[in-house]
Design a protein around this ligand. Structure first.
Ligand SMILES: [Zn+2]
Ligand SMILES: [Zn+2]
Length: 250
């Protein structure tokens, strides 16, 4: 069943199921069939209302309790200024600041990610602060997948590879529902449209399925610390990882 689920999710196309769930071995099963009888049994008007409610932008309010223990000092990557776009929105010259096209001799690229067509590559200094699975409907729709699996980095621990032309980036504002750099926003390749990052005010969420791990195995530091918005899950995990904002049945 897991194989069926994985094979249906577009964002997992470059990653085998064993890699994705490593190092936390997990089993998962579909909570609904692909035709989703939970909705099919309801009048179409009610279904449309639910979709409209789900599509409303909202904060991931339970993220603050997903495994990160309070404030974590960013590593010294050489960025001297304030965190770019920390108050939200956008600021002048953002493309030449973290997490985009900037340079520092103190930045050591431990990990690299790439979109499907290879035009956009990001680099990451050090290990993620935490990682999580988000089961909210917004992530399901935006990723075309049953859940979002993301690793969280300080914004100043991320930069665009210097082989990447920044004009290949596409920015999408979920709260305005239109293109444009407006933090918090989503970043994808403008050619193959692979989702690559979510830029928040202080942090960046990156998707491990886009990383080129050296030995083909996901490092322990990328292990999920929690399932959030689990009440909206369409696949059920029995992996021993706690859930937030919803049920978790074994
Ligand atoms: Zn691409
Ligand atoms: Zn989500």
């Amino acid at each position: 069943m897991l194989q069926r689920i994985i094979s249906r999710s577009s964002f997992l196309t470059t990653t085998s199921p064993s890699r994705l769930l490593s190092p936390v071995r997990a089993t998962a099963r579909l909570l609904t069939t692909p035709t989703c009888p939970r909705y099919a049994a309801q009048p179409i008007q009610q279904y449309q209302q639910q979709q409209e409610q789900h599509s409303q932008p909202r904060p991931h309010s339970c993220q603050g309790d997903m495994g990160s223990k309070g404030h974590v000092e960013p590593p010294k990557t050489g960025w001297k200024g304030a965190i770019p776009s920390q108050k939200g929105g956008s600021e002048e010259g953002y493309i030449l600041k973290p997490p985009y096209y900037w340079h520092s001799d103190d930045f050591e690229a431990k990990y690299k990610s790439s979109c499907w067509c290879g035009r956009v590559k990001f680099e990451f200094h050090g290990d993620p602060i935490t990682a999580k699975h988000c089961h909210c409907n917004q992530c399901q729709v935006l990723h075309g997948a049953p859940f979002q699996y993301a690793a969280v980095f300080h914004k100043t621990s991320v930069r665009l590879s210097h082989q990447t032309d920044p004009t290949n980036l596409n920015f999408f504002s979920t709260h305005r529902k239109e293109d444009g750099h407006d933090v918090p926003c989503k970043i994808a390749c403008s050619h193959c449209h692979s989702p690559l990052l979510d830029e928040g005010r202080n942090m960046v969420m990156a998707y491990p399925s886009t990383f080129n791990f050296k030995d083909g195995q996901i490092p322990a530091s990328f292990a999920s610390k929690g399932h959030i918005f689990y009440s909206e899950a369409i696949v059920e995990f029995d992996d021993g990882v706690p859930s937030k904002c919803g049920r978790k049945t074994a």
